[in-house]
Write a protein that binds this ligand. Structure first.
Ligand code: A3P
Length: 336
């Protein structure tokens, strides 16, 4: 694939003003525009190292726009690859088993170590890229980056590494990301304001469509499969089978059912190694968010029908139509 020329820089003044007004996270000092994506101002410093990161044939990467069901997919993939070792999954945190590539630019470790010195070590946020580099194979790696900024070896498909991309309908995403940003990004506005920003792409990792198409439009050149949150809800066994086939594992019907039971919302919610509650609580405190928050929030589809007003639904409809024009990407709201 021909490498896109990378354009990284400040937002224009007006946009920067909007972003600075809404986002007040304790561990983020600002956002910049990276090929048009809203990423933290730490990203430009880390970008060269991520771009050159070694990718191995045995790697499995789970990539997504945030709040698409990444954690759900990670746990599913890890269990498939580790012979359904639920005992081990309950012993070792998912973030250790399946590290998050983006940590070095998501969390300002200098600020964190001033505010909560132990947290840096407790959550293993330091030297993340080095740790990923040193992991034994097979490695499992998560990222929310668009394809433009993944390691070059993945973009070029110059290894046999596998990519699993999980997607979710943008209306529900906007609601899930709103709740997430209230806690994790110190978001100061209402849900309606967040939805407007979401449509404009002024949310972390936005714009949504550029993100989706960064993967979708290159799919024939990549070792990738796409799965959907909505299918995980309605066709979990089939989705597990699809993932298993892709990673080269054969699961019996009984194993598929066991795994489907393990990764239900209610089960995962109660497993400390996967529910991210400790981390959520830490960030919530740092951002002085008063209300309780759970990472495993609702796990539902179709929330937009009751949570978005008619005006916003109309805006979403128009925006979806515009962005789907000329594309074979499908959004299906009726199935799930
Ligand atoms: P909601 O905020 O709508 O509840 P990610 O891991 O990409 O950040 O995605 C988080 C979203 O996936 C949250 O959505 C979370 O509740 C949901 N989720 C996580 N595990 C799930 C599961 N086992 N079943 C259904 N939804 C799940």
């Amino acid at each position: 694939m021909l490498q896109k020329i990378k354009k990284i820089g400040e937002f224009d003044e007006e946009t920067k003003k909007i972003v600075d007004t809404y986002y007040k996270a304790a561990l983020v000092t600002g956002y910049v525009s990276c090929n048009g994506y809203m990423l933290t101002d730490l990203f430009p410093k880390v970008e060269p190292e991520i771009s050159q990161l070694d990718v191995r044939d045995e790697d499995i990467w789970v990539v997504s726009y945030p709040k698409s069901g990444t954690t759900w997919t990670q746990e599913t993939v890890w269990c498939i690859q580790n012979d359904l070792n639920f005992e081990l999954s309950k012993k070792i945190s998912l973030s250790e088993r399946f590290p998050f590539l983006d940590v070095p630019f998501m969390i300002n470790t200098k600020i964190l170590s001033e505010k909560d010195p132990q947290a840096v070590q407790r959550f293993g946020v330091e030297s993340k890229l080095q740790k990923i580099n040193n992991l034994p194979s097979p490695r499992f790696i998560k990222s929310h980056l668009p394809l433009d900024f993944l390691p070059l070896k993945l973009q070029n498909n110059s290894t046999n590494a596998k990519i699993i991309c999980i997607t979710r309908n943008p209306r529900d995403l906007s609601i899930s990301q709103y709740h997430h940003c209230q806690v994790f990004e110190g978001f100061q506005g209402t849900q309606e304001e967040f939805a407007e920003l979401f449509i404009k792409g002024l949310v972390p990792y936005g714009p949504y469509w550029d993100h989706i198409y960064s993967y979708w439009n290159q799919r024939s050149k990549l070792n990738i499969i796409f799965i959907r949150f909505e299918d995980m809800k309605t066709k979990l066994p089939q989705t597990i089978e699809k993932i298993s086939k892709f990673v080269g594992k054969v699961l019996t019907e009984e194993e598929i059912n066991q795994l489907a039971a393990h990764v239900t919302f209610d089960n995962m919610k109660n497993i400390k190694t996967v529910n991210k509650q400790k981390f959520t609580d830490m960030i919530r405190n740092l951002n002085n968010v008063n209300q309780e928050a759970t990472f495993m929030r609702s796990g539902q589809t179709h929330q937009w029908k009751t949570k978005l007003n008619a005006d916003l639904i109309e805006k979403f409809e128009k925006w979806e139509q515009e962005n789907l024009k000329g594309s074979d990407y499908e959004l299906n709201y009726d199935e799930a």
